[in-house]
Design a protein around this ligand. Structure first.
Ligand SMILES: Nc1nc2c(c(=O)[nH]1)N[C@H]1C(S)=C(S)[C@@H](COP(=O)(O)O)O[C@H]1N2
Ligand SMILES: [Mo]
Length: 174
């Protein structure tokens, strides 16, 4: 083989190896992200202090329920949907948290959207839920054009402004 050919083949081999490694690393990154979404969690805090991190397994353990709520988005009229989730009240109770001890319960989302509830609203029956399904399907992530993986649904809020999509944190404020 000519020396020139050996050089060309070597260069191609090195380039293929570089591309292969890049594709592999990218694939690993994608897989990790996919897992993260599947493992999506909500952090419950008292002020700055992290009390507990909960995920789908935790909510399933509390016995989720189906409920109707009216979704009114910016680009559509009000529409009834069946959501699946657990009342925020029950989630806090399961952690032995008494909402009455707090001035506000603040919900924060990945896009910075923040909603504050008072303890009375949280303690109302069938009012504020942490939902993870709409009409029997996962809410989907922000990237997927969804409103989850978790969304706060406030049944009493008919215009759904205080419904918090993409929830990542629930903060108890004294
Ligand atoms: N995380 C997050 N939640 C949110 C919002 C938002 O921008 N970010 N918008 C609110 C408003 S004003 C409405 S009407 C409902 C529906 O919003 P959409 O029309 O953007 O779906 O979600 C509410 N929750
Ligand atoms: Mo809105």
């Amino acid at each position: 083989m000519k020396k020139q050919n050996i050089i060309i083949i070597s260069v191609i081999a090195v380039l293929l190896a570089v591309v292969g490694i890049a594709v592999f690393l990218n694939f690993q990154g994608l897989e990790a992200k996919r897992q993260m979404q599947k493992e999506a969690k909500i952090i419950i805090k008292e002020g700055e202090k992290e009390l507990k991190t909960i995920g789908l397994d935790y909510l399933l353990g509390l016995g989720p329920e189906d409920f109707n709520a009216n979704l009114d988005t910016s680009d559509s009229g009000p529409k009834k949907h069946i959501y699946t989730g657990v009342e925020l009240r029950e989630v806090l109770e399961s952690m032995d948290i008494d909402a009455k001890n707090y001035l506000n319960i603040i919900v924060r989302a990945i896009d910075g959207y923040t909603v504050a509830f008072n303890s009375g609203e949280v303690l109302d029956d069938n009012n504020i839920y942490i939902a993870f399904q709409i009409d029997g399907k996962a809410l989907g992530t922000r990237k997927e054009g969804g409103s989850g993986p978790y969304q706060i649904i406030v049944k009493g809020d008919q215009f759904s402004q205080r419904w918090c999509k993409f929830v990542t944190e629930i903060i108890l404020k004294k």
